[in-house]
Design a protein around this ligand. Structure first.
Ligand code: TYC
Length: 118
């Protein structure tokens, strides 16, 4: 006759994630990363910088074709200022530095700045 092996008293497993001190509880959360603040790079009008130079600057540093660059330049000439592009903070700052350096190197007083959008 086979002797009965006594069964180990069974301890029920705690429900997953119930937190008995050894367990790690993972909560599902939707993480939302907000888009970065954007900065528009603006050129200002003046009475001295040649139109052709401004068109060249807009083509070269803001990747516009000649027609678009000419339209932007004329808008600045007529309205006093105009947006040449919208970028993240660092890229906008670099554009401003590059435009100012190229303008001073050519002996022109062209002014360029960046400002937060909205
Ligand atoms: N007003 C300038 C002129 O008549 C042309 C100009 C346009 C200058 C745009 C600056 O951001 C500027 N020669």
């Amino acid at each position: 006759m086979a002797s009965k092996i006594p069964k180990k008293p069974s301890i029920p497993e705690p429900p997953a994630g119930s937190g008995n001190g050894d367990s790690v509880v993972l909560e599902r959360r939707t993480q939302r990363v907000k888009p970065p603040q954007m900065f528009q790079v603006v050129l200002l009008n003046d009475d001295f910088t040649p139109m052709e130079f401004v068109v060249h600057i807009i083509q070269e540093y803001f990747s516009k074709d000649r027609e678009t660059a000419t339209q932007i330049m004329l808008k600045i000439h007529l309205e006093g200022k105009g947006i040449c592009g919208i970028y993240t903070r660092d890229v906008a700052g670099t554009k401003v530095d590059q435009v100012l350096a190229a303008s001073r190197a050519a002996g022109h007083p062209l002014q360029c700045l960046s400002e937060p959008v909205e």
